[in-house]
Design a protein around this ligand. Structure first.
Ligand code: GLN
Length: 234
């Protein structure tokens, strides 16, 4: 293979709601077609995250209980994760992972779980309610439509430097109020979509891989990788 990329599956043993692990399988599958040998490793509780060892971080969704444990542990990884993100590292963060990259998440029982504030959003609590169901959004820059399934009680409000992954066409998205879904900041893609998102929306997987390749191989001619076709959303 012409290239290699390494994925950190952050808290992959604890944050894997609705088969979010499938996102890594999709990255591997697409990477192979792009001439990339992609390997992954779980980094979990009490383990160091070394930003120099990884090109992509995948952080799945989870329940409040797991999030309460991770909220404490991730503070030790805050600096390393923030510098990875600021340096243009690629991240895919789903639901509970998305929430913990922001400032805080208020759980269903009212407990405030601190995030790392690497991104400027925060997540409040709905009153005895969850958003559950199919979602369709459209990215306003590319025009791409993305399809997914959401199941969350938290409502997220974006902050400085963040743009939504898409405008909500169907479903609830970040908060059910401002028609935004997910967040993009530098090379970080956040979303409430489970499913897993990259299986249903290969275009995002391709963006993530190309961003990571451009960062790791700035002088390479990536035109062959750019030509690899992706399926349409369904
Ligand atoms: N526990 C969080 C919430 O309910 C995240 C849920 C998830 O990752 N599916 O909002």
């Amino acid at each position: 293979m012409a290239y290699s990329l390494r994925v950190c599956h952050l808290y992959g043993d604890l944050m894997n709601t609705y088969g979010d692990l499938g996102n890594i399988l999709v990255l591997k599958y697409l990477a192979r077609q792009m001439g990339v040998d992609l390997t992954s490793e779980v980094v979990s509780l009490d383990q160091e995250f070394d930003p120099d060892q990884f090109d992509i971080v995948v952080f799945g969704g989870g329940q409040d209980f797991e999030q309460s444990i991770i909220s404490k542990d991730i503070q030790h990884k805050k600096q390393a994760l923030t510098s990875f993100i600021e340096d243009g590292g690629s991240v895919v963060a789903i639901c509970g992972g998305y929430q913990l990259l922001g400032h805080y998440y208020i759980g269903a029982n009212g407990e405030k779980l601190m995030g790392i504030g690497a991104l400027d959003h925060h997540t409040d609590k709905q009153k005895d309610h969850r958003f559950i169901g199919n979602v369709v959004i459209q990215n306003e820059e590319t025009g791409e439509k993305y399809h997914g399934f959401e199941n969350h009680q938290g409502i997220t409000f974006l902050g400085k430097g963040e743009r939504p992954l898409g405008k909500v066409l169907e479903g609830h998205g970040n908060n059910g109020q401002d028609h935004t879904e997910g967040a993009i900041y530098k090379n970080v893609y956040c979303t409430y979509f489970h499913g897993p998102i990259l299986a249903r929306n290969n275009q995002i997987a391709k963006h993530v891989l190309l961003n990571a390749l451009r960062r790791k191989y700035p002088d390479a001619d990536l035109s062959q990788a750019e030509k690899v076709p992706v399926g349409s959303t369904f």
